[in-house]
Design a binder for this molecule. Structure first.
Ligand SMILES: NC(=O)C1=CN([C@@H]2O[C@H](COP(=O)(O)OP(=O)(O)OC[C@H]3O[C@@H](n4cnc5c(N)ncnc54)[C@H](O)[C@@H]3O)[C@@H](O)[C@H]2O)[C@H](O)CC1
Ligand SMILES: [K+]
Length: 511
């Protein structure tokens, strides 16, 4: 897991580094600048030139240190200070003096050389201290960086591409587009959340002496990026003496006439993700079709016709007997009582439950029904469903993903998976897990059903919360990546995730 720190947390961690490790910010800056110089050198051509653009704050200070190391290593370096030199921070001013003493005198932006292939421009204008849209000379500098990039130079951003808000990943205009971003100490949200992640290019994290554990008791959100080893580590190797009962029984309340595929995808995804048994509960007129998709799917008919309501409670309570996890929502016939039914069922059975699709829409009007749930509840909304759950517009959801997913999880006491590019998994205790797998080819009907079945299977196997959820999200995206590698993003359909992608993940993980 990689810790992701906000700007405020970075400042706290920097003070902590001084107090706990005796690492003054001058030394952190020296280490940051050295790391920046090494990355810049690694992307330059054999006789590439370097231009370092430095802003007034400590980000600029990192640039001044990098310029000194590049110069010391024999490279051709040009430096420009942008903004009011009188406003330099103490650390930056000290490094400006040092740089000059090494014989590198800053020049004006206009007199800098035009750069091309093999050359590198280091963007050290702003980092986590950016507070408004770059203007004036700063905007001109960002324009020059874009021009040099168009003529072939590589752009290396110090800590954050200048113009990008490091806490949200939202860019001001203008904003630098980097080929590589050197993250000092810890990752920032803006480097892993879109559109910031794309503006950063490749993110290279360098240690600067802040210490890994520095981030333990920081205030504010605990954000983590899930790495493949974390996800793989959640899944135990299977024991030889196990039997199908060992791996749990999923009850999927899903499917209806015209939407039998959703239930089949949930069930087949759960089976392909290690669940020992899967039973689908659906109206009789849909159940036969659902079961016809796969011999392994068992069925419990819900008598009657029409939307799910309180009259189905007893049948569902009976169906939940002996099960280990619930998945509810994909393709269900929703009606005015469906939300109350879900709330009542969850208050009576002590099972982990995944609510997706129309189960989310059913409870959106009154989320309090979820507070009575006896077992842990996982909601898996896409942005549109999240909008209904939060009363916001989809546009607002997408602009404030991190904030809204944390709020909903803590407010209702459930785990919330906000799907999309960089899916976020928020746990009621404030932790948010950022996913980096998956691709646009997965924006296809049924992809969400596969995730809810996968999630249900992991919960049925007894994997702990929230690990089971962020692992399912990671595996789901990786399945999509592996399947798209074989079928293209255009060709990818949800069934490929189940038949191809998931199996490729388990083989890759030796499970
Ligand atoms: N925190 C750490 O552990 C380390 C941080 N380092 C580097 O320091 C920057 C953060 O530096 P800071 O001085 O806080 O701010 P910036 O350099 O990012 O911004 C400069 C300064 O400019 C002002 N400002 C903000 N927005 C604008 C604007 N649009 N136009 C003009 N001026 C603006 C504001 O006053 C800012 O303070 C961090 O990213 C790291 O690169 C250390 O070197 C390593 C450890
Ligand atoms: K920068």
């Amino acid at each position: 897991m990689q810790r992701v720190l906000t700007a405020a947390q970075m400042r706290e961690a920097e003070q902590d580094a001084e107090k706990r490790h005796g690492m003054p910010s001058a030394l952190l800056m020296e280490n940051a600048g050295r790391g920046l110089a090494e990355v810049a050198r690694s992307v330059a051509g054999p006789d590439g030139r370097f231009t370092v653009l430095c802003g007034p704050g400590n980000n600029g200070g990192d640039g001044l240190v990098a310029a000194r190391f590049l110069h010391e290593g024999g490279a051709r370096v040009a430096v420009a200070l942008v903004g009011d030199a009188a406003k330099l921070t103490v650390e930056s001013a000290r490094n400006l003096t040092a740089l000059k003493s090494f014989g590198v005198v800053p020049r004006s932006l206009e007199t800098l050389p035009e750069l091309g292939h093999g050359d590198v421009v280091v963007d050290a204008l702003f980092g986590t201290g950016l507070s408004r849209a770059p203007a004036g000379a700063f905007a001109e500098a960002i324009g020059a960086i874009a021009r040099w990039r168009r003529t072939g130079a590589k752009v290396v951003a110090a800590d954050v591409p200048s113009g990008l808000q490091s806490d949200s990943g939202e860019p001001f205009s203008p904003c630098v587009e980097a080929d590589v971003t050197v993250a000092f100490g810890f990752l920032k949200p803006g480097q892993v959340l879109e559109p910031g992640a794309s503006l950063c290019g490749r993110v290279r994290r360098v240690d600067i002496g802040m210490g890994g554990e520095a981030s333990k008791e920081l205030s504010g959100p605990r954000l983590m990026v899930v790495e493949e080893a974390d996800a793989r580590g959640t899944l135990p190797a299977r024991r030889a003496d196990s039997h199908k009962g060992t791996y749990g029984h999923v009850l999927a309340v899903a499917g209806s006439r015209g939407k039998t595929g959703a239930a089949a995808l949930v069930a087949k995804s759960a089976l392909r993700s290690g669940a020992g048994l899967v039973t689908v509960a659906a109206r009789g007129d849909a159940l036969d079709l659902i079961q016809s998709h796969s011999a392994e799917i068992m069925g419990t008919p819900l008598d009657g016709t029409g939307p799910l309501g309180m009259r189905d409670l007893d049948a569902l309570l009976a169906a939940a007997e002996g099960k280990d996890a619930l998945v509810m929502g994909p393709g269900i016939p929703r009606g005015p009582e469906t939300g109350a039914l879900i709330g009542e069922l969850l208050s009576r059975v002590e099972l982990p439950a995944v609510l997706d699709a129309d189960a989310l829409n059913a409870v959106a009007d009154d989320l309090s029904v979820l507070r009575r749930a006896k077992g842990p509840v996982v909601l898996t909304p896409h942005p549109g469903e999240m909008a209904r759950l939060t009363g916001k517009s989809t546009k607002e959801v997408q602009a404030k993903r991190l904030e809204l997913v944390k709020q909903l999880a803590a407010g209702v006491g459930v785990t919330v998976v906000l799907k999309g590019d960089r899916t976020l998994t928020a746990h009621p205790d404030g932790r948010v897990f950022i996913n980096t797998t998956g691709n646009a080819g997965m924006a296809t009907g049924g992809s969400g059903d596969v995730l809810s079945g996968l999630c249900g299977a992991f919960l049925a196997q007894g994997f702990p919360m929230p690990d089971a959820v962020w692992t399912a999200v990671y595996a789901h995206g990786l399945a999509g990546d592996l399947a798209a590698a074989k079928r293209g993003q255009l060709g990818l359909i949800a069934g490929d995730l189940v038949e191809q992608g998931l199996c490729d993940v388990w083989v890759r993980w030796g499970r």
